[in-house]
Write a protein that binds this ligand. Sequence first.
Ligand SMILES: [Cu+2]
Length: 79
Amino acid sequence: MKHYFTSKDFADAVWTQNVVAGNVEVKGNIRELELRPNTNAAWTFIPIKSGTYELHCAIAGHTEAGMRGLITIQPSVVD
Ligand SMILES: [Cu+2]
């Protein structure tokens, strides 16, 4: 079954260093990743804007069934 985890505001709140998937490294502004079954990817990013961002599955009925969450970027604690 297909699922999505979507958080547009979170994607706007980070600076992407790269995404590595298999033998491919992608650089630049990444807003969306689609992974096929039994694959993985590493998304390396630097948070640039603190806040709490909603995450949900965009398929009809899935958010209501519980496929949702929150991502929190804490404010910097630099002295
Ligand atoms: Cu889903």
